[in-house]
Design a protein around this ligand. Structure first.
Ligand code: SF4
Length: 226
């Protein structure tokens, strides 16, 4: 059953459907990492955020252990988020070039950000049953984004899981392969764009550059906003 975004996010925050993930979040939030030893961790599932009238949806696989799981917002408070928001700002998608915490004044322009899985999995590896449990929330988010035109999937794992979700929901058979910058048309006339993950590893190995990711975001804006 689909519910509105406010109630959906309230439900997500209380969700305890995946005991392994609930326990993992608890462990991260009490053990903490040295750098954040004095921080109070969010320690709950992380909902999506942004403009509910969004034409663009940016998705990752799951919140980061000491990023989203600490701050309470996806791609916030870690290096991947730092890079991502620098690029989103340059592409005129966000009002500022950083995403630090829930009270930093960040606003997104016609864009919503979420993760397919709302809880961080150990080793960034979710189980099939966990993805299946959480897919109804992702489904519900897409239902709520009535003006959605484009999904940008950050990283191959998020991309593949998004494709899996659509294949299951619409019994699709087409081959959809992760190729950075490539766009596919999904049911509902939604463009799915593959984008390398903004991780420090991809930045340091020069697999991605700011220019490359900004250009991809600008392209997404162009095809979505008209
Ligand atoms: S991953 Fe999703 S379904 Fe599982 S506990 Fe977290 S919010 Fe609930």
């Amino acid at each position: 059953m689909n519910i509105n975004i406010v109630n959906l996010n309230k439900t997500i925050l209380k969700c305890k459907k995946c005991p392994r993930l609930v326990n993992f979040i608890k462990k991260i939030s009490t053990d903490k990492r040295k750098k954040n030893i004095n921080d109070i961790y969010w320690g709950k599932p992380v909902t999506g955020f942004g403009d509910i009238n969004a034409k663009i949806l940016i998705i990752g696989l799951a919140p980061a252990a000491h990023g989203g799981t600490r701050t309470g917002r996806a791609f916030t408070g870690d290096k991947s988020g730092d890079f991502l928001f620098k690029c989103l700002f340059k592409a005129k998608i966000s009002n500022q070039a950083s995403s630090i915490d829930l009270n930093d004044g960040l606003k997104l322009n016609s864009t919503y950000v979420t993760n397919i899985l709302k809880c961080v999995p150990p080793g960034d590896k979710p189980r099939i049953d966990e993805l299946s449990n959480c897919s109804k929330y992702f489904d519900n988010e897409i239902y709520n984004l009535k003006k959605l035109k484009t999904i940008i999937a950050l990283g191959k794992v998020a991309f593949d899981n998004c494709v899996k979700f659509y294949k299951k929901k619409y019994s699709l058979n087409e081959k959809i392969k992760f190729i950075h910058g490539k766009s596919y048309l999904l049911p509902g006339n939604i463009n799915l764009i593959a984008c390398y993950h903004p991780s420090p590893r991809n930045v340091n190995t020069k697999l991605i550059s700011e220019r490359m990711i900004v250009d991809l975001f600008k392209k997404a804006r162009k095809i979505s906003m008209n």
